[in-house]
Write a protein that binds this ligand. Structure first.
Ligand code: GLC
Length: 539
């Protein structure tokens, strides 16, 4: 496969509102990011992905944009943005921005105009439909609401929204709208950013056939509809091909076959993607399923398209809590998951705080939560007469706020995140889990990440190596090889709370490169401790 910087890179995701507050208003901000750039650089990462900071009423934490050219006050201003880009580049890193063009805020002037009357020139920039038999055009649900249709009394039609009512979907069939979006993308690229993470990009094209869904809860009808590849190829032609940038599409509801259509290098759409077969379909760890997913994606994209590796982000509960063991084996387990993500094929992503093993959270009441997905679901279920406490409990594991609590910098008040009141409570475990103590402990999760990243820079096998699962049927051990030219690495992971045995048949000539248990195994190398991870080089 062709060599590219974004294949070799490690990406660090900054959810800026929870990263570092430079002005005491309780929200992290762009200047806060600038203050912590040396910390990120020291980890060794190459690319920073910033969540959206465009102007926004902030109903969905910046994913409801009211001005694509402005900066949200909480985040800072354009001067802060320019300084941030400059400071990132100064340190030899790159930066990608979130591109949210499936929908805008209902406060965006385009929508305000669009809803003002049926004949407004911007009417067609959104998706409007007449009622059917006096009600919604069909039974489709949206991500954050019981219906994807919202009634607009004044103009007498429904508009379509894949997410919250406050996030009306743009009509990509309209060529004028598309040109306007391309113009906006050029604006940011000309400010020297290095690419985009594209929010739910495979939702742009809508299904034409509005017949009722058999199971409205399976909302895959929102995605991958005919026309989507035309839009992405046009976007590539009009904008992306003119810049050396990285694009990663957020692409839910795809199999490897469908995924390849977005990232096949010969098709000129996107560079890489986030698929959600793990995050959306595996609520808790499932070793056999995880292996199946990895193999099918590796085979599916092989030599044609590029994958991304992640287990958590701002929408998905922290990995050590959801997929590891955040109690007895928090440190070992955080390191094991890191070793896995960084040795599987694809570009690895680190979500802020993951590098110190931050955990999910459990607040006492729904009032402590902010996530619009969780809150809307809570109210929907409670209004059906269900027991509020039971509903609350059922939403805890997957609440998006699990990963949105402030970054834990030190053991001082509010974890050193803000001098004010944080917009969301700090995880109470910050006295134990924080950056300062990680940096003071040479055996911390942080330094383990640092080593993994360094290894990636020195060993092409970690980037371009072929992948082979050696034990597809083992429920505890995950053992695979990566091979490139004449180099083979063997990765042995015990993802279990108990010891496990592994016999190194056929791998007699091996050298340990990295492990999360120092070298205690020398007594008996075949025994793996709980959550032990080892990377070997085979000669
Ligand atoms: C993506 C974002 C998520 C947001 C949604 C709507 O899934 O990651 O945070 O709520 O899109 O824009």
């Amino acid at each position: 496969m062709s060599k590219k910087w974004w294949k070799e890179a490690v990406v660090y995701q900054i959810y800026w509102r929870s990263f570092f507050d430079s002005d005491g208003d309780g929200y992290g901000d762009l200047r806060g990011v600038i203050k912590k750039l040396d910390y990120i650089k020291n980890l060794g990462v190459d690319v920073i992905w910033l969540n959206p900071f465009y102007q926004s009423p902030d109903r969905d934490n910046g994913y409801d944009i009211s001005d694509y050219y402005g900066i949200m006050e909480k985040a800072g201003d354009m001067a802060a943005f320019d300084e941030l880009i400059h400071e990132i580049h100064q340190r030899g890193m790159k930066v990608i921005m979130d591109l949210v063009v499936n929908h805008t805020s209902d406060q965006h002037p385009w929508f305000v105009e669009s809803r003002s009357s049926k004949n407004n020139p911007k009417r067609d920039w959104y998706i409007w439909k007449d009622p059917k038999d006096g009600r919604e055009p069909n039974n489709w649900r949206s991500y954050f609401a019981p219906s994807c249709w919202e009634w607009d009394k004044a103009s007498g039609q429904y508009y379509y929204h894949s997410f919250a009512v406050e996030q009306p979907d743009l009509n990509w069939e309209n060529p004028e709208l598309r040109q306007e979006i391309y113009k906006m993308m050029r604006f940011w690229l000309d400010k020297d950013i290095d690419g985009f993470r594209m929010d739910v990009i495979n939702l742009l094209a809508k299904k034409e056939d509005l017949s009722e869904a058999e199971n409205p809860y399976d909302i895959s009808y929102l995605a991958n509809n005919p026309g989507i590849h035309d839009y992405l190829q046009e976007m590539h032609r009009e904008v992306l091909q003119h810049y050396d940038v990285m694009t990663v599409g957020e692409i839910p509801f795809v199999s490897p076959e469908e995924g390849l259509l977005y990232v096949d290098e010969s098709r000129n759409e996107l560079n890489t993607l986030f698929h959600f077969q793990v995050a959306d379909e595996m609520p808790v760890w499932d070793m056999l399923r995880f292996k199946e997913i990895q193999t099918s994606w590796h085979e599916g994209l092989k030599k044609k398209g590029w994958n991304s590796q992640f287990l958590n982000n701002h929408d998905h509960t922290r990995q050590v809590t959801r997929y590891g063991n955040d109690r007895q084996y928090r440190i070992q387990s955080a390191k094991l998951l890191a070793a896995m993500i960084h040795t599987l094929p694809g570009t690895p992503y680190i979500y802020q705080g993951e590098e110190i093993g931050m955990t999910g959270v459990r607040f006492d009441s729904i009032e402590d939560y902010n996530d619009i997905a969780m809150k809307n679901k809570y109210h929907e279920e409670v209004s059906k007469g269900r027991d509020p406490q039971e509903v609350f409990e059922s939403l805890l594991l997957l609440s998006r706020d699990n990963s949105r609590t402030p970054m834990q910098w030190n053991a001082s008040s509010q974890a050193g995140f803000t001098a004010g009141e944080p917009w969301i409570k700090v995880n109470p475990n910050y006295k134990e889990i924080n950056v300062e103590s990680a940096l003071n402990d040479t055996d911390s999760v942080y330094y383990f990440y640092q080593k993994l990243i360094e290894l990636r820079k020195q060993n092409e096998v970690m980037v371009y190596g072929d992948y082979k699962d050696l034990l597809p049927d083992d429920e505890h051990l995950y053992v695979y090889t990566r091979s490139y030219n004449d180099v083979t690495w063997l990765i042995v992971l015990n993802h279990d709370d108990e010891q496990q045995r592994f016999t190194f048949n056929g791998f007699t000539n091996r050298k340990l490169i990295l492990s999360n248990y120092r070298s205690e195994f020398e007594k008996n190398e075949e025994v793996l401790h709980p959550h032990e991870a080892r990377i070997y080089k085979i000669n």
